[in-house]
Design a protein around this ligand. Structure first.
Ligand code: TYD
Length: 203
């Protein structure tokens, strides 16, 4: 039996990390064999590409090609084998992030992204995408308190408005797959929304 594939998405500072750990723990307690992974990254090769994408200046098509090259390796080496073995794959970001960041944020054309997606993922989509949505100003305040900024995190509020709109468009196009979470509240309120989503699916 094929396992479940769950991705987490949202603008930087949305608070995914805490909840990814909690959801993974909950699924483990329910008996699932959970594999935690992330993008960009998830394999030794893709982690090297991640370093380049996050820290070297480059044009947006180069950025997308590197992200999708890493994704190809990740899908083939890690995600597909885990799903085939019946594991639950919990992925911190997946292809929606390319549509949101390279597409929405940096203006790469949709047809180019769709072509890359078709080549690289060959129809594989998460079964559930938990989208942490919140105003970019709230996310920026959280980031400022938390960590040093990478190339994307240094962008201004307008950039993150476009990224957010990119996510909203992907969610509108795949309403069954996407669960929008209001991530502007405290940890407990976000956790409660996520539990409700999982329970709705009998997970
Ligand atoms: P993130 O997942 O937030 O990791 P961390 O919490 O360690 O900073 O950072 C990954 C960054 O990569 C984030 O700014 C979004 C960006 N990104 C893309 O631009 N395109 C993609 O396809 C993916 C997966 C991520």
């Amino acid at each position: 039996m094929s396992g479940r594939f769950i991705s987490f998405e949202g603008i930087d500072g949305a608070g995914k990390s805490t909840h990814i750990a909690a959801v993974s723990e909950r699924l483990r307690q329910a008996g699932a064999e959970v594999l935690n992974t992330r993008e960009p990254g998830g394999t030794p090769l893709a982690e090297r590409l991640r370093e380049l994408v996050l820290h070297e200046p480059m044009d947006v098509l180069t950025e997308a090609l590197l992200v999708f090259a890493g994704r190809r390796d990740h899908v083939r080496q890690v995600i597909e084998p885990a799903l085939a073995a019946g594991r639950t794959v919990v992925c911190d970001r997946f292809t929606d992030a390319s549509f949101a960041y390279q597409g929405g944020g940096n203006g790469l054309s949709l047809p180019v992204l769709e072509q890359l997606e078709a080549w690289v993922t060959e129809g594989r989509q998460p079964d559930l995408t938990i989208w942490f949505d919140l105003p970019p100003a709230t996310a920026a305040a959280r980031r400022a308190a938390a960590r040093e900024a990478d190339r994307f995190e240094q962008q201004d509020l307008h950039f993150f408005e476009r990224v957010r709109a990119g996510y909203a468009a992907r969610a509108a196009a795949a309403p069954q797959r996407f669960a929008r979470i209001d991530a502007s509240g405290d940890v407990a309120s976000v956790a409660a929304q996520i539990v409700a989503v999982l329970e709705q699916r009998g997970w």
